[in-house]
Design a protein around this ligand. Sequence first.
Ligand SMILES: [Fe+2]
Length: 204
Amino acid sequence: MNKTEVIQIPVGPMRNFDYLLVDGESREALAVDSGWETGPVVDAARRGDLKVKYVVATHGHFDHVETLRDLARLLGAQVVAHESSELEADLRVADGAVLNLGNTRVRVIHTPGHTPDSICLYDGHEVFTGDTLFIGNCGRTDLPGGSAQQLFHSLRDILLKLPPGTVVYPGHDYGDVPCRSIAEEARRNPALLARNVEEFMGVE
Ligand SMILES: [Fe+2]
């Protein structure tokens, strides 16, 4: 089994998490989001001697993407965003697209609801969920393009179908822990416990 490493990087005043996902053998990596500042991510990439190939936007909200192009330029990486995104991207991806880091395959999962362009990234062990799913909560749906029905579907029919041991790495540090397995979240996260969209809208 190919080993991966996750570097979780708190940035900015809104408790955002940026990430570096590293293929342990090749040291190829991708960055997840870049809000507020590039320094901590660039420093972590240099410390780890990483070859960062992609800087991926989980969605277009400013607190996640404000410095995306700067970060990509500093790291010599390509900006990646969903095909419906309004961001300027080098690589536009659809659901099911695969980003390769050495022998690690990272799959793009389209999870609309918080925004139409929201994506998650899944490498077989961990899932980076942006503002689709937080620890103990989920993203809001009252901003432009948001849809409670779509988010309910994305959580219940897509993310909850991932293997139980998959570790959820959210786009904000809103939980009592910084990450947790999808099985644990399924047991205690009210947004995942909702049985129908009406219940979901009540807890969201
Ligand atoms: Fe957002």
